[in-house]
Design a protein. Structure first.
Length: 216
């Protein structure tokens, strides 16, 4: 790994320093060998000056490597922080985009529901008016039917007149015209009632359809 490679010179410096101190304190005729790491690029120092120079060189190199490591660590931290900030900014933009889209849909749905509820109120008012028209048509038809029965009864009574009085006069013609008019009015009222019933059914179907979509 990179860290191990960068820290090797520091370990070499410490090992060289400890070896040099041990050799300076040992007796001159001592046969004890000082072990040197196999990967050391240089031979052990022969005297104190060489040891000092080697230690200083190794310390300088170790400081340089340490500074380089710290710079790289700071650069990596800065890059990580920048990447994290960019990711968070992207996430915030995505959240805002989703919120905006959701708000737009909610607004559209709200407008649709509001319009549907408004239409439902209009339909309910129209249904009430149609029901009122139906009721008035039925009353008018019943009233005209009563007038028609009275007219027909008068015609029946006139048909029972004596033979010499049983002739077609102005009263007979007026009663027959009245019966025809009342019959035509009754048929017209029945047709209007059918139209009102059809309109009422269509309005009810629209009301049910809107209620199914909006839950109102």
């Amino acid at each position: 790994p990179l860290c191990c490679d960068l820290l090797k010179p520091w370990a070499v410096c410490r090992f060289a320093a400890s070896g040099a101190m041990a050799s300076s304190n040992a007796p001159a005729d001592s046969n004890e060998d000082v072990s040197i790491p196999s990967d050391s690029p240089k031979q052990p120092p022969e005297n104190y000056d060489q040891w000092v120079a080697s230690v200083q060189a190794n310390m300088t190199r170790a400081k340089s490597l340490t500074t380089d490591v710290l710079k790289r660590l700071r650069a990596n931290e800065s890059a990580d922080a920048l990447n994290k900030e960019m990711i968070e900014a992207g996430q915030r933009r995505e959240k805002e985009r989703i919120k905006k889209r959701v708000r737009g849909r909610v607004k559209e749905h709200t407008e649709v529901i509001t319009g549907a509820q408004r239409s439902i109120r209009v339909i309910e008012e129209a249904i009430t008016q149609v029901e009122g028209c139906q009721s008035r048509l039925v009353h008018e038809r019943y009233a005209r039917y009563a007038y028609q029965k009275v007219c027909e009864r008068r015609i029946e009574l006139r048909e029972k007149r004596p033979q010499r009085e049983n002739f077609r006069d102005a009263v007979q013609e007026a009663l027959e015209r009245e019966r025809s008019l009342l019959n035509a009015a009754r048929q017209e009222l029945l047709a209007h009632e059918a139209d009102a019933q059809r309109i009422h059914s269509e309005l009810q179907e629209m009301r049910v359809e809107l209620s199914r979509d909006t839950g109102a």
